[in-house]
Structure formats: C-alpha cells, structure tokens
Design a protein around this ligand. Sequence first.
Ligand code: FAD
Length: 516
Amino acid sequence: YKTLRLILGDQLNAHHSWFRRSDPEVLYVIIELSQELTVVQHHVQKVEAFFLAMQLFADALGKAGHQVRHLTLDDTQGDDSLDDCLSKLIRDHQVQRFEYQQPDEYRLEQQLRLFCEQQSIAHECVDSEHFFLNREALATLFNAGTSHRMEAFYRNMRRQFNVLMEGENPVGGQWNYDAENRKKLKAADLVDLPEPLVFANDVSEVRKRLARHHVRTIGESMPHCLWPVTRTQAKSLLSFFCAHCLPYFGRFQDAMTADAEESKRWSLYHSRLSFALNTKMLHPAQVIREAVNCYEQSDGQISLAQIEGFVRQILGWREFVRGMYWANMPQYGQLNALQAERDLPQQYWTGQTRMRCMSLAIGQSLSFAYAHHIQRLMVTGNFALLAGINPDQVDQWYLGIYVDAIEWVEMPNTRGMSQFADGGLVGSKAYAASGQYIQRMSDYCGGCYYRVREKTGPRACPLNPMYWHFMHRHQDAFQQNPRQALVYKNWRRFSKDEQQAILREGERCLSDIESL
Ligand code: FAD
C-alpha cells in the first residue's frame, strides 16, 4: 500500500471525502486500543457500543470496496499503543504516506503529531468534516482564558448557517423560547411518554474479547447493545425522535421523573442522539435538517419553541463547548477556580444514598450509561459542586460513565458549566441549587428520606444547608455577579442564629458526606 489512513473510534463518518472512491493503494486501519480503555474506567455499555460500531464501520467500508484492517484487542495483544500499531503497519506494508483525521481530543492530537514528527514518510492531517465550524474558524472566534457567551455565538450560527431564519431575523421574531420551555412533567403527561427506541445488537463477541483481555469497566451490562451502532440505526433513532419526542422536546427538556425510570421510559423526550453524533455516524447538519423539516411539515403540531430548543443544543451548545475546549486546552484540564479538593463520594459508583434524586440519577447512569442534561447538571453535577469535589475526579466520573462522553464535550460541560472550575469561562454563573430546584423540576422529592422544605435537622434535605454553605464560602467570588445578587439578599434575610444553624448543618453534611 502507498498510503495508510487511520480512523479513530469516534470518526465513523461514512460521508467523509476519503471514502468517495476506493483506491487499492490505500489501506484504512481502525484499532481497538487498550490505551483508550485505561484513560479512565468506562461504562461497559460504552466500550461495547464503541467497539461494535467500529467493527461494523470497518465491515461496511470493506463491503464498499475499500481495503480495511480492523485490529481487535486480540490482534494488538491487548497492550500495544497506537504508535506501536501504526509503526508496525507502516513497516509491514512498506507504506509511503500516513494520513489521519484531526482528532477531537487534545491528548490524541498531541500523540499523533509527535508520532508524525518521528516518521520519515510523508504525512497529512485532514479535517474530520463533521462539525459546522472547522478548527480554523473556531480559532478566530474563541480566545484562551476569555469568557464567551453561548447566546451570542448561537445567534451568529443561526445567521451563518441559515437555520430557522427569515432573512436577517429569527423565524417567529424571537431567538429564545426558554420561558415557554422547562415545564415539570405531571402524572397526566406521562401517559403520552414514548418508550425509547432501543436496539438489540448482538455484542457477545465484543464482550468475550473484553473478558479475555481483563478490561475493567463500570456500570451494568444489558443483554444487548441498546445504542445505534450503524448509520442506518442512527437514522432510525433520528426519525423516531422527530416523530415521537420533538413535539414535547423543549417543554419537558429540564423535567425529571422517577416514574419514567420505573416504566422504562428513562430518556423522556430526549433524543439520545449524542452517541451517534459524537462517533460521527450522524452529521449535526443532517440532524438539524431532518428535525427542522419535520417541524415545517407538522402543521403546527410541533411548535417553534420545541424545534428552537433542539436546534440550540446542537447548533449552539455543541459547537460552542468545542470552541471553548480547543481555545483553552491543555490548561483547561488543570483549572480549579473554586479550589475544590474533596474526594468523590462512593455513592457515585454505587447509587447508594438516601438522597432520592442522587440515587435515581446515578442508578439510571449505571443502568443505561445515560442521563439527560439536567440530571447531569442539576443532580450529580450540583451535588459535586456544592460538596466541593475535586474537578479531576468529577471529570473522570463523567468521562467514564456516559456512552457519549468524549473529552472535548465532556470537559467544558463538567469542569466549566457544572463545576465552575474555569471561573466562568463557559457559564456566567455557578449552577448551584438547593433542594427547591429539584422539587420544582421533578417528582424525586416525594418519596425521599429527606425533607426538601427543611434546612436543618437530621431529615433536612442535605442540598439545602450545602447550598447555603457553598454560597457563603464563595461569597467573595460570587457576590459581585449581578446574577447572584438576589441569593445574597435572601441570605441576609435569615437571622444571625439561623445563618449559624444552616452553616453548621452544611458543615455536618460535608464532614459526613459518605453517609448521606
Ligand atoms: P438531547 O437532550 O436530545 O439534546 C440533543 C443533542 O444536543 C445532544 O445529543 C447533544 O449532541 C447536544 N447537546 C445538548 N446539550 C449539550 C451540551 N451542553 N453540550 C454539548 N452538546 C449538547 N454531552 C456529550 O455529548 N458528551 C458528554 O460527555 C457530556 N458530558 C456532560 C457532562 C455534564 C456535567 C453536563 C451537564 C452535560 C454533558 N453533556 C455531554 C451535554 C448533554 O448533557 C448531553 O449531550 C445530552 O444529555 C445527551 O443526551 P441526548 O442525546 O438525549 O440529548
């Protein structure tokens, strides 16, 4: 072969220009790498979904007439690094040229850049042709160490890519429909809630391989892989979402309910497209195009607030966090603005806690390798923020447990938006909340051991005193922020004795964190 082309596990983009024509002189390689399995411990369903999708992608390329080597853990003897594998292939096949697509992760980009520098053959790094904005465009929009606001970025993206626009103006005259969204799910709403479309992919061979190589994972196994592992499956998940979930997507975007989990409707009206998107099986433009078409043809059945809420996540947030990641790496991974140093409590690995919100959100994550945004941000994320957990450990947990977790999107969401460890580069304020928020957005509090209305005492919801303890200990950092002014005004309404009692209770929760 003249050319070796590397396909990473999250580069399963069948529409990449590489594959437009087959060339017998080009060898493609896709590799199961143990180095990726030890960065953190991943959820078993995540590893299975990735490995199966990689294998099926390699098969499909082969069927389309390309030369492909799919190296499994057996072929790499379980412990060859990416460099070892590539060097061996270059040597064995007397390859004259090496090409790879721009990795989305800083660590892999460095590794491949260094590898190329050490090679005597020609090499080239090409665009992955997945995102709306390529890396050059991102570099012109995002500056290191500078806070950027998603809203302004998103409006420009709508204009630039002409999504939901009427000339220069947003369709409907408004950019943002947040006020109409974010409703709590009531019992009556649950009747229409669809059961998620899941797949029954046979993952037995992958599973045997993981066992043979003693791969350590977290989370529960399912009999089959539930996630879409081919482009065809990913497209049917997209169609399912448009038909059944999009009509209520925005309205119930932030809602959480214990009922849904018990009745197997655990993903509510969310799309669960993040795995298909992040592995690049689906292009974000395709997802947006299909959803917008569906909205336009729905004869008013799907309101503007629903589609706008969905477009915002993909055209806005997803591209935005990527911009923040690349502008700030590698320093971003070290930031700890609130000097949070506590260890992550055991309940994150077991789901065992008397706090019902945490137990349900963690339990669902361990069962399905999935939780929706508000469970991640306002339940598990909020607790870690209030408790002052070391952001390295928080990052590791999020990077391991979710099927869609890849560092470029996980880290700005976790370290930035959720933990405020970047001091406000991604979010304009810390997303800290007391039990009241959980009660407003969910039915979790009803059956909880703790009492959400109490701030002190043995049955007080720990989030209440922990919230005030958090706001109090970071007063210097936060009280200048106009978005937090009301919080401190409320704090001053408590008497000195009340304040002392709440802070003491917060202290007790923190020192007793393993037994909450
Ligand atoms: P939906 O609610 O259906 O949203 C549609 C799509 O919008 C998602 O598939 C996703 O591609 C995109 N999206 C929505 N919110 C965000 C966001 N904040 N940032 C980037 N894209 C977004 N998302 C990941 O893809 N990988 C991660 O590792 C990840 N880690 C997170 C960690 C924390 C602490 C938080 C608060 C959020 C994280 N998110 C992550 C963002 C978001 O929670 C997930 O994208 C979403 O829950 C995936 O489920 P879904 O496909 O059903 O999303």
